[in-house]
Design a protein around this ligand. Structure first.
Ligand code: NAG
Ligand code: NAG
Length: 403
């Protein structure tokens, strides 16, 4: 097994660095990487596959792995380290006994962009990143921008922490529709390969994929954590132009409503609230229900100084109207002040993941500790959940044989 080899190798490194008097940073884990979801074009090249990193702590003590899909312009590196050199959220979850899956979206980062098959790409420039994410107070594009204090460093090009972050920004497919189609395809392939339920965490542009993947494979998505998911329903807000988007409310692609839609127009969006630069729409009542999202715990997290604070409530209301149970946490109300859209990279990122995100997972009973089975020095681990699945499969096989 590749992962066992990597594991032994990591143990070797740890032993060596301890011998040399240096402590290995972060949580001891094994790392496996693979590609999934590719298809062949008629020119005999593969496209649409995503790069996946699977991190497994030495002690897996939680039943559900965490799967993370980054937002626009980002890659799985989002959770590995913060740009100011601290351990990222992936390490936090490893330290708590969770397996972690990090992915690069199709045609992004380490996932190939094929010139003849994939559509055009866009790169976010420094002005965009500074004004929306890292130095919002300097630009003041929305009222809460001034509250931003948690980005480490000045947040502008030339600052070493900004540069470390900005250099990790990569081109993304320009079309939201194309991205959605490719990401749903690859995301389903990954969920099937993992083969057990996960906690799916999304951020920003990938927010739509939380809803779509749960809709496509309800049994494999046990919970959704949406960090400032793309919104609000049906239309862009805060930054003009206010283009109509997301014809199914929160997604570009069809998602299952009950009663079913003949056309997205059946949702008949109605303006329910309007503040400067934010038009909030809901369905005309009685609202169609998002049936595949009805029974999954969902957490939406919104930061105090992010532009999302102006409309995440509208996104949450749309979900609730469609029969979805959502817990909406506004960080400012919990005493986490001054965060922007990239809260998982900011100065108080450790407190947010521990108290807000993991706190919620535990509150929902999704992180209940399981007995970690002894692992043997040869780098061999048995996931307890997999063992249970294996036993169940064996039992069902034997009962079929008997009958
Ligand atoms: C940076 O990107 C924004 C948004 O895409 C664009 O409007 C602006 O012109 C770009 N700035 C420069 C200097 O090209
Ligand atoms: C959402 O929150 C903003 C900011 O607090 C507020 O102005 C707006 O009215 C709220 N919108 C809805 C639909 O509740």
């Amino acid at each position: 097994m590749l992962s066992s080899t990597v594991f032994i190798y990591l143990q070797l490194i740890v032993t060596l660095s301890l011998t040399l008097g240096r402590k290995a940073p972060g949580t001891l884990h094994s790392r496996n990487s693979f590609y999934v979801g590719g298809e062949y074009s008629n020119t005999e090249i593969a496209f649409g596959q995503i790069y996946v990193e699977h991190l497994v702590p030495a002690d897996v003590t939680r039943p559900l792995p965490l799967m993370f899909i980054c937002g626009r312009g980002q890659t799985g590196i989002n959770l590995l380290n913060t740009p100011d050199g601290r351990a990222g959220w992936a390490d936090y979850f490893l330290s708590q006994g969770y397996e972690v899956y990090l992915i690069d979206q199709p045609s992004r980062g380490r996932s190939p962009w094929q010139k003849s098959v994939d559509g055009p790409q866009t790169t976010l420039n420094t002005t965009y990143i500074e004004s929306h994410f890292t130095a919002t107070a300097r630009y003041h594009l929305y009222p809460q921008a001034d509250l931003h204090t948690q980005w480490p460093g000045s947040g502008v090009a030339g600052d070493p922490i900004f540069d470390a972050y900005y250099f990790s920004t990569v081109p993304s497919l320009s079309s939201d529709l194309e991205t959605s189609q490719k990401m749903r395809h690859a995301g389903v392939a990954l969920l099937e390969r993992i083969g057990q339920p996960v906690i799916l965490m999304t951020h920003s542009q990938s927010g739509a994929f939380g809803w779509l993947l749960r809709d496509a494979r309800p049994s494999f998505v046990r919970a959704i954590i949406a960090l400032e998911p793309v919104g609000p329903p049906f239309i862009n807000a805060v930054f003009p132009p206010f283009a109509s988007l997301r014809p199914y409310g929160l997604t570009e692609l069809p998602i299952q409503f009950s009663p079913p839609l003949m056309s997205p127009k059946d949702l008949s969006p109605q303006l329910v609230n309007s503040i400067p630069n934010v038009a909030c729409y809901e369905q005309i009542s009685p609202a169609r229900q998002l049936v595949n999202l009805a029974d999954v715990p969902i957490l939406v997290v919104t930061a105090e100084a992010s532009y999302h604070v102006l409309y995440d409530n509208c996104t949450v209301n749309f979900l609730k109207q469609a029969g979805v149970k959502v817990d909406h946490v506004e960080l400012g109300n919990l005493g986490f002040h001054g965060n922007g859209h990239m809260m998982f990279l900011e100065k108080n990122s450790d407190e947010i993941v521990d108290q807000v995100v993991h706190g919620w997972i535990l509150e929902k009973g999704l992180g209940r500790k399981i007995q970690s089975l002894p692992y043997f020095r040869y780098g061999f681990t048995i996931m307890p959940t997999r063992l249970v699945m294996l036993l169940k499969a064996t039992a069902s096989f034997l009962s079929h044989q008997a009958s």
